[in-house]
Design a protein. Structure first.
Length: 59
């Protein structure tokens, strides 16, 4: 993206309720799925809070 690396350092501080390789809770029949495109030249951490809120609201 032709920007200094420190520009995105703040993304490490984004709070999230997700966990890498978390075990599946088999007590529910359905789970929400939210797919968000960060756009061209975006980054995956963008809008994680919105994705979590959308998943929570769809339960």
């Amino acid at each position: 993206m032709h920007m200094p690396a420190f520009i995105l350092d703040h993304t490490a501080d984004i709070d999230s309720n997700s966990y890498y390789k978390a075990p599946i809770d088999n007590t529910l029949d359905k789970y929400p799925l939210v797919i968000i495109s960060h756009g061209w030249k975006g980054f995956r951490e963008l809008n994680t809070d919105y994705a979590e809120e959308l998943a929570y609201q769809s339960c």
